[in-house]
Design a protein around this ligand. Structure first.
Ligand code: F6R
Length: 617
């Protein structure tokens, strides 16, 4: 959630750190700070608000040191104040620290440190960790295992720390060194030309290097400008594995778009192409996935599927449930990861688990994965961020391959999850009752998705005009049926998270069992209206709304003809195969939310109280 950047090399650290922090602002952004080590002291600048506030501040301009670190904060312990912003210094001034995560036993540690004479300026658990490192550092004799005294003091501290952390530490008496460690919060080390970096997200370092090492839970890395040594909490040595990042800095820049959300909505045709590239069989009748790590034989022995995810990813899982049940005729269950992890529900034998997560770092989804594994189940992951914790801990999985998603509101990651869900349904269906011919038609339909998405995007200008007329409402309903019910949920989620309009998603027919009480001229409904067998039923639901003076926006497929005057606004998308329809219907829903939020002057890419990946419970 919070963003972390550390740098050690030949350049002035502060401008590079600020640039990295700006790329991480989407992770959390109620305050920001930088510390560099120069002339034998730590210079620290921190401010509530955006990184831009901090950058304007003369204090950061004057920072000249070539080793430093910075942080964007999303508050957990302690309010949003300058004092609570990171970096924190130990009260004896010897240690500086930035931290992402939550230290659960901070109160006991604090009491211990107060007793030892340490003092505190903030309400944070981070300052407690910082002082504990200073305490061990002051007492520490030369380290063992070839480690420096500095690493050893961090190790001792972390052995006492309960909770989650991704930290970067600097010590006054170790000016050419950074120590970084993680448990539950992602950290990536960048190995550049005569410089080393560390960050919570590749986006912050990809402009300097594409050679990265993904730090694992329980590892401590000791960085100098030219060296990296990794050890474990138990002091065992670890051989670093260097990976190459496949995307470039242009992927994480706005280009000609006003917001990342807008850019990512319009990137969807290309994202869909990337998500399916190379994943169809030679005979064109089924899907292939390289990394499932489960044989076709094992797959045939599976009797049911369980999907766990959060937020938008859960909506994608719900559509996948529909697809697998419809095309593979196999039972599927979906659950909120945050509920599953505590629910202790009875599970069937021969169940295959899937988790879906764009970031691969969502703590609830990770906990659900661990819980399923603990119970002896195989867990596969659908995930976008390569090398993420979920990707590493899963037994196998499918990468989404849609490049970095920066906008907090998930768009291209969502539709690529829908596509992968449909491909899974095809893959499983072809092992069962789906014929060769049906498989070929399914594959052709999936291949048409990028083109159809492009046509749906042509409605953008029309949707923008509709958004102008609907931006003033305070409540809205989204209604759809079958595989489009989760798209209604997703439409409501998108609208509320970026425009702060209260919105709810419902199965269209369920509306009359309660939500219809909300309907008046002040509460519009967005209906998802495909052609086909449910059309007349949906039209009946629309009539019930109209009879109560509720304004209606209808998103219809091309061949649908609505009774005159039923919809106040109509958005037309192309007809699509059942497996592709949810993808195509998602696009106008995303655009409507986006333009309404813009119309209301909301900060689309950085909605209040939200962060891109939720790594705390
Ligand atoms: C909404 C949104 C969130 C995420 C959720 C799970 O637009 O992005 O609801 O979908 O926090 O995140 P991941 O997919 O990273 O596990």
């Amino acid at each position: 959630m919070c963003g972390i950047v550390g740098y050690i090399g030949r350049q002035k650290a502060a401008p590079l750190i600020l640039e990295g922090l700006k790329r991480l602002e989407y992770r959390g952004y109620d305050s920001a700070g930088v510390a560099v080590l120069e002339n034998g002291r730590f210079s620290v600048a921190k401010r509530i608000g955006r990184v831009a506030n901090l950058e304007k501040d003369g204090a950061t301009q004057r920072l000249a040191g070539t080793a430093g670190m910075g942080h964007t904060r999303w508050a957990t312990h302690g309010g949003v104040t300058d004092a609570n912003a990171h970096p924190h210094l130990s009260s004896d001034g010897t240690i500086a620290l930035i931290h992402n995560g939550v230290i659960e036993n901070y109160a006991q540690i604090k009491a211990f440190l107060i007793d030892k004479g340490y003092t505190f300026k903030s309400e944070t658990d981070t300052e407690v960790l910082c002082n504990l490192i200073a305490y061990h550092h002051a007492k520490e004799p030369a380290g063992h295992n070839g480690d420096s005294r500095f690493v050893e003091s961090v190790r001792k501290t972390l052995r006492h720390a309960e909770g989650t952390y991704g930290i970067v530490v600097m010590a006054l008496d170790a000016p050419g060194e950074l120590v970084t460690a993680r448990k539950g919060s992602p950290l990536i080390i960048g190995l550049g030309d005569g410089e080393s970096l560390v960050a919570s997200d590749v986006a912050a370092i990809v402009s300097r290097t594409q050679n990265v090492v993904y730090l694992k839970d329980g590892e401590i890395a000791h960085l100098t400008a030219k060296n990296l040594a990794i050890t474990t909490l138990g002091a065992g040595a670890v051989e670093p594995v260097i990976d190459k990042v496949t995307w470039s800095i242009a992927d994480a820049e706005l280009g000609t778009f006003s917001h990342f959300m807008e850019k990512e909505i319009f990137e969807q045709p290309a994202a869909l192409e990337n998500a399916m590239r190379g994943r169809f069989s030679e005979d064109g009748s089924t899907a292939n996935f390289g990394g499932l790590n489960i044989t076709a034989g094992e797959f045939r022995g599976i009797e049911r599927f369980m999907f766990c995810a959060c937020g938008t990813a859960l909506h994608a899982a719900m559509v996948t449930e529909h697809m697998i049940e419809r095309f593979a005729r196999m039972p599927v269950e979906c659950d909120y990861a945050s509920e599953f992890r505590y629910r202790n529900s009875p599970l069937f034998r021969n169940t295959l688990f899937f988790v879906m997560s764009q970031s691969g770092e969502t703590i609830d989804t990770l906990a659900a994965l661990r819980e399923a594994k603990r119970k002896g189940y195989k867990v596969l992951a659908v995930n976008n961020v390569v090398g993420s914790t979920i990707a590493r801990e899963a037994d196998g999985g499918i990468y989404q391959h849609v490049g970095p998603e920066v906008g907090v509101a998930s768009t291209k990651a969502f539709t690529s999850q829908l596509l992968i869900g449909a491909m899974l349904a095809l893959y499983i269906g072809r092992m069962r009752d789906l014929s060769f011919g049906e498989g070929v038609r399914f594959v052709e339909a999936l291949k048409s998705a990028p083109g159809l998405a492009r046509i749906a995007l042509e409605q953008a200008a029309h949707i923008r005009e509709i958004a102008k007329r609907f931006a003033h409402y305070t409540d809205m309903l989204f209604l759809g049926r079958l595989s489009l019910f989760p798209i209604a949920l997703e439409g409501a989620l998108k609208l509320k998270e970026i425009s702060y309009i209260h919105a709810e998603g419902y199965p269209a027919a369920e509306m009359k069992h309660g939500p219809i009480a909300l309907i008046s001229e002040k509460c519009p409904s967005v209906f998802l209206v495909p052609s086909g067998e449910m059309l007349n039923k949906i039209i009946s639901s629309m009539q019930e709304i109209k009879a109560r003076k509720g304004p209606i926006i209808a998103i219809v497929t091309a061949s649908v003809e609505l009774p005159a005057g039923l919809a106040d606004e109509t958005i037309v998308v192309p007809e699509a195969h059942e497996a592709v329809l949810p993808i195509i219907m998602s696009i106008p829903v995303q655009l409507l939310s986006y333009y309404i939020a813009v119309e209301r002057g909301c900060d689309v890419d950085k909605p209040r109280n939200l962060a891109k990946s939720v790594t705390v419970e």
